[in-house]
Structures are given as structure tokens and as C-alpha cells.
Design a protein around this ligand. Structure first.
Ligand code: LLP
Length: 413
């Protein structure tokens, strides 16, 4: 995403130096062009029924862009639902899911007339039926099934195994059918699944598609007219040169084979795949030191800005802007947070770096800013989007003074 023109770093037609004049590190930058290309490519491979997983990046400018590219939104909280609507998504292009929804959440979502609410337990189906009855409203629902498939991703982001908390066990279909047949206020129109994130194993997709096809057929045989089959997200992104290759067209091939001769409307809900590679995190070197023979560069972004390395041992490549020195040094890049896990990379060779030099942490468009926090009383990072030679700040820097005012010291103290 970053290109050098006479040693000056550019994102599309905008120089990083221009952005740095108005934005202090650490901050995120997204490329509108890269997001657009990835969405178009995904639509070309899988068709128009794509629902962007808002949890991966919920900035309203990003949502507005996704909406203008004619895809839907997949939300998992009322906050995300409100963001999606406020960014311009038509409610009938929004799916609401999530393993735990409150009664108020369900009432709010049903009043908004969204495309469907995905239920994740038999109890939730009963609750939605009751809400529909009490409010005298027909509610369209989907059911998230748990197909008991191991996607081969890390445990912390696996969601499709029987023992995971997500969805209703696929063996429970009979019970779902019996329950639905006794419900008069809700209409079951779809089934969905999502077996996890960062999945490259084509066999895992194939097995999921086969299970979902079988499941949809069972509902139809029982007289329940399933129209939509939502096959989740989880598409793999290459963060590391050693990562496995993943080609979205391989998914398309399996899809065509597994759903041959069927008329279900197939949809997907990717997040990471659409935006991870279109984002970078820009950070400055605060200081450097040698501890126990390790050359530390301490930067101003930390696990509060990007938690993926600390939380999942996730790898993000790092590029130095200052490439002047011919001397290569093996560095450990660490954040300023008082936690030993606040390390971005342990072993990276870069030209010798100095205090105030800029480093770029790559592929951080998904699950970056959305997972940032105020830990250590630091502020959330600003975000910038670039469109050709224009850029705009899309999340303004927080003010710590404002955050401090949000705490209330009781009068008796
Ligand atoms: N649909 C459902 C029901 C999901 O739970 C998720 C992600 C997605 C779609 C989108 O998955 P994607 O296409 O982005 O893989 N914070 C973790 C990832 C957690 C994913 C949670 N669910 C990370 O930074 O790797």
C-alpha cells in the first residue's frame, strides 16, 4: 500500500509527509482504492450478496464506502447497527447476529426492519417469537448453525467446532424444526454459519458448504422455505511471506460444486479479507536501547493501539521509512505500554533507525483501530482515509482531558 517515489512515501497519490503535517503518530491510514478493488474482486468471485463484517472496521467513513460499493452489513451489536444505519446502509441490507443479544437489542433490531436477525440458540428463537407476538410484528429470522468443522485456524478465533459457544449444533435441526413449526409470529428464511477467521484450508470451506447444503435441504423437506444460506466470513489474508496462499476463486469453485442445481441465495460476511491489507499503522520511534543484547526500538503505538500481536501472537510486517543507513540491524519493536507482551515484532532486520524515525506496521485495516483501548490512559488513535491525492481524517484524535472528565468522583470522597 505504501509506494516510494524519489524516497518519499506515498499512499495512492498522497504523500505521507503531508498527512504527518496534520496528524500525530500513532494513527491508522486506509486506502480507498485498495478497499474498492478488494470489494470488487470479492463480488466478482462470489456474487453481490456480500455483507461486510462491521466488527473488523466500524468507522462510518469505511461503512459509507462499503455501502456505496453496494454490499450489505453484518452487525453484532446495537452500536454496530446504529453505525451502519447512520452511515447509510438500507436496513434491508443489514444482518444482525451475535451469540448474546438482549431483549432490548432484539426489539430495537426488529423495529428497524432489517434483512434478518440470526438466532444462535433455541432459547433465543423462543424470545424472538415472544417479542414478535407482543409487538404484533412478523420478524424474519435466520438460524446460525454450528457445523462442527475445524477451520484449522488458531483456537482464539475458531468458532465452528461443536464445543465452541457459537450457533446451534447442526444435530439439533430436528428440534429447531419442531420449535419453528410451533411459532406463528416469526418466519425462518435463512440459515448461516461462520467457522472462524483467517481460514485458508479449502477443504474446511468445502465441508462447511456441504453441511450447510444438507441442512438447508432438511428444512425445506420439513416444509420450511429456507431462501438464504449465509456461509460466513473468515477468508485468509497473507500477513507474512510464509503464510499459505489463499485464492477466493477456489472458494467459488467449491461453492459451485456443492450448491449445483440449488436455488438458495448464497451470501458471505467477510471482514478481514476486504480491508486488512488496505490499512497501515504509522508510528514514531520514541527511544532505542539494548537490553540483554536485544536492540529495542520503543515506538509510540502500543498494544492499546493494535492488540493483535499481544493477543494472538499475530504477525504484522513492519517497514522503515528511513532506509538511508546501509547498516542492517536486528531489532525488536516494542510499544510503550507497561506489559511485557507489548511487542510488535521480536526479530526484524531494518536499516539503522534513529529516534523520531517513522515505522509502518502493515496490514492493519481489520481488527486494528476497532480493538484499540485507552489502557494506560492513552487516547484512541486517529484514522485517515486516502483517495488519490486527497486525504481526510475520519476519526479525530481523542483528548485525554475529555476522557478524564468522564470519571465521576463521588461527593463523599
Ligand atoms: N461473521 C461472523 C459471525 C463473525 O464472528 C466474524 C468474525 C466474521 C463474520 C468476519 O470474519 P473475518 O472475515 O473478518 O475473518 N479479532 C480477531 C478476529 C475475530 C473475528 C471474529 N468474528 C483478529 O484480529 O484476528
Amino acid at each position: 500500500m505504501l509506494k516510494f517515489n524519489n524516497n518519499v512515501p506515498f499512499i495512492e497519490g498522497t504523500s505521507l509527509n503531508d498527512i504527518m503535517k496534520v496528524c500525530q503518530t500513532p494513527f491508522y491510514i486506509y486506502s480507498q482504492d485498495l478497499i474498492t478493488k478488494k470489494v470488487e474482486m470479492t463480488k466478482k468471485a462470489l456474487g453481490n450478496k456480500i455483507f461486510f463484517s462491521v466488527k473488523s472496521n466500524s468507522n462510518q467513513a469505511i461503512l459509507k464506502l462499503m455501502q456505496s460499493l453496494d454490499i450489505g452489513a453484518d452487525v453484532v451489536s446495537i452500536g454496530e447497527l446504529k453505525r451502519a444505519i447512520s452511515a447509510g446502509f438500507h436496513p434491508n441490507k443489514i444482518i444482525f447476529e451475535g451469540v448474546g443479544k438482549s431483549k432490548n437489542d432484539l426489539i430495537y433490531a426488529s423495529q428497524k426492519n432489517i434483512h434478518l436477525i440470526n438466532a444462535e440458540s433455541l432459547e433465543e428463537i423462543k424470545l424472538i417469537e415472544k417479542i414478535a407476538g407482543d409487538t404484533n410484528k412478523k420478524i424474519n429470522i435466520g438460524i446460525r448453525l454450528n457445523p462442527n468443522i475445524d477451520g484449522g485456524t488458531i483456537k482464539k478465533i475458531s468458532t465452528g467446532k461443536k464445543t465452541d459457544k457459537f450457533g446451534i449444533e447442526i444435530e439439533d435441526i430436528k428440534n429447531i424444526i419442531n420449535l419453528i413449526k410451533n411459532c406463528s409470529n416469526i418466519k425462518l428464511i435463512g440459515i448461516s454459519c461462520h467457522i472462524g477467521s483467517q481460514i485458508s484450508d479449502i477443504n474446511a470451506y468445502k465441508n462447511t458448504f456441504l453441511e450447510m447444503k444438507k441442512a438447508a435441504d432438511k428444512f425445506v423437506e420439513a416444509g420450511i422455505n429456507i431462501k438464504h444460506v449465509d456461509l460466513g466470513g473468515g477468508f485468509h489474508v497473507k500477513y507474512n511471506g510464509n503464510d499459505q496462499e489463499f485464492n477466493i476463486n477456489d472458494i467459488k469453485k467449491e461453492l459451485d460444486q456443492c450448491f449445483i442445481n440449488s436455488t438458495y441465495e448464497l451470501s458471505f460476511e467477510p471482514g478481514r479479507y476486504l480491508i486488512a491489507e488496505a490499512g497501515i499503522l504509522v508510528t514514531s520511534i520514541l527511544t532505542k536501547k539494548q537490553n540483554g543484547g536485544i536492540n529495542y526500538l520503543i515506538v509510540d503505538a502500543g498494544m492499546n493501539t493494535l492488540i493483535r500481536p499481544a493477543m494472538y501472537n499475530a504477525h504484522h510486517n513492519i517497514e522503515a521509512i528511513n532506509k538511508k543507513s546501509e547498516k542492517l540491524i536486528n531489532y525488536a519493536i516494542a510499544g510503550p505500554i507497561c506489559e511485557s507482551s507489548d511487542i510488535f515484532l521480536n526479530n526484524i532486520e531494518l536499516p539503522e533507525q534513529n529516534i523520531d524515525d517513522i515505522l509502518i506496521i502493515k496490514d492493519t485495516g481489520a481488527y486494528g483501530k476497532v480493538m484499540s483501548s485507552n489502557y494506560n490512559s492513552r487516547t484512541l488513535p486517529p484514522e485517515v482515509i486516502v483517495h488519490k491525492d486527497k486525504f481526510a481524517m475520519i476519526f479525530i484524535p481523542e483528548k485525554i482531558e475529555k476522557n478524564i472528565l468522564e470519571d465521576i468522583i463521588p461527593t463523599w470522597m
